[in-house]
Design a protein around this ligand. Sequence first.
Ligand code: UDP
Length: 256
Amino acid sequence: MSNNPPPTPTSAHILGVRVDDVTLDEALSWAERAIQSGAPRQVATVNVEFVMAARGDGEFRRVLAGSALCVPDSAGIMWAARTLGRPLRERIPGVEMAQGLAALAAQRGYGLYLLGAAPGVAEQAAAKLREAHPALRIAGTYAGSPAAAEEAEIVARIRQAAPQILLVAYGAPKQELWISRNMHRLGVPVLMGVGGTLDYLAGVVKRAPAAWRRLGLEWLYRLYRQPWRWRRMLSLPHFAWRVLVARLGRAEEERC
Ligand code: UDP
């Protein structure tokens, strides 16, 4: 086993949040190196809601800044990076990163633990992942909750199962804060917040059709399927406005 830490990728900075310029293949090689080196490393899947939440939440901002890998999850992030003159090569939706980690786990014999989502969903997601990768070892599944009162018990369960990869589905930013608070006592090398990914994998919630995804309209499909999200989505136009202002500010500085 190598103890070399995985290399740090180059990054874009979007309204104060770092987003790493990695492809899915590079992110998975990074994860493999992280598992071999053993120390705990947090992976965040940054989308527009993350960036806007981080602007008003110092703790979330600190956790994202401390995450070892921040992958670009959404079309809005790709657009912002381009607009700010630091384009990123590939979008890595959280669900695809999770599927990639499951494939890596199956290939290398790593244990995968699925934490969070409604009761029964993690088990359904695990079954779907095992259908796709029969060699996959699911170290455990548990819904639990991000409540402080449950933390010690959940940590004990995960330590007992000793997985190499932990996916946490408590929604952002709760899942990122949960990982950050507990990662140093879990004994798990790669830990990632996955939001609604377990719902997608389990088939409880449908992902946008490929054509919508190609057009960068996954957010619109999500709004159509889950209209109660409209309030959260108000952050999208605000984000676009802030990015354009930042770009104009930069153009102004370059002229001076
Ligand atoms: N969730 C949970 N406990 C909580 C809050 C959320 O298990 O206290 C789960 C929820 O069931 C869903 C997942 O977290 O499976 C992600 O929720 P959401 O889709 O709101 O997150 P996003 O993808 O927007 O970050």
